[in-house]
Design a protein around this ligand. Sequence first.
Ligand code: AOF
Ligand code: ZN
Length: 327
Amino acid sequence: MNHALRLARRGLGNAWPNPAVGCVILRDERIVGRGWTQPGGRPHAERMALDQAGMLARGATAYVTLEPCAHHGRTSPCAEALVKAGIARVVSAMTDPDPRVAGRGHQILRDAGIAVTEDVGQDQARQMQAGFLSRIRRGRPFLTLKLAGSFDGRIATAQGESQWITGPAARLHVHAMRLAHDAVMVGGRTARADRPSLNVRGFATPRQPVRIILTSGPVPDLPPEGPSHGPLWVVDAPVAEAMDQLAERGITRVFCEGGGVLAASLLQAGLVDQVIGYTAGVVLGADGLPSVGGMSFPRLADAPRFRLLETRRVGPDLFHRWGRLSA
Ligand code: AOF
Ligand code: ZN
């Protein structure tokens, strides 16, 4: 299952609107098929693994990071494909929250006499599916907020100089984070001031993230959609409504890169699920530009609070990742 989870990770950021699923087919302790959800969501992981296994799937065990689907999409359901291929046992990590599946996939397998073991590696699978779960259950994407800056949380000097506070290693790390998200989002002010590329560089990607600019104001001239830039979506709606719209369009994971005004609105609205920080060993002082704009929380108890999940050194800077305390 760990192997299947690692395969699933390859689909993060490019399988949307579908979940990123991994599948390993094991026969006589040998791997005969490996699959993961392909860019755009099809073929599904099981289809790819079964095609690889061919006749060797007969009597084999399939490990899948999500319940095999039961609905008729562009092709027949994966649960039926597993039955047809003669799979003897299925080990799955979690039930598919999609109402078209929701237990029916496991049922098809059991009805066909296949031994099914559920919920193996469930915690890791749920983390991997945080975006898909959020889109299905909450009707909004899983939102990661990036805060990069000085010790004292500033992203530019009073004169607006911001290049470069963090080093090249942190910048490359940011591109790896973009890679694992469906969309990269900034507010209108940042878009106009920085004309950011909002693409993935330094890594091969099967699909560039969607570029989202959240604004009611003018939009700067940015590179058109192409091999090195994803589609450009301009969304003019209050933050909560904007997030709902993105989920409706299939987005499961959003990476917000600022600026401070948008960061404050998202935090204030309780929409931030994860914060990642890049902190540099420099101090800019109170006249520097803050990474988070004004928020009105008169009492400390009302301020959004996060739990530390990870710390790591990236070059000369500190990377830290925080998860939201209440869901
Ligand atoms: C699987 N294996 O690799 C994935 C699954 O639009 P469709 O027809 O491609 O179906 C999308 C749904 O299929 C999606 O909402 C989720 O329930 C399931 N995703 N299922 O068996 C996979 N990605
Ligand atoms: Zn399927």
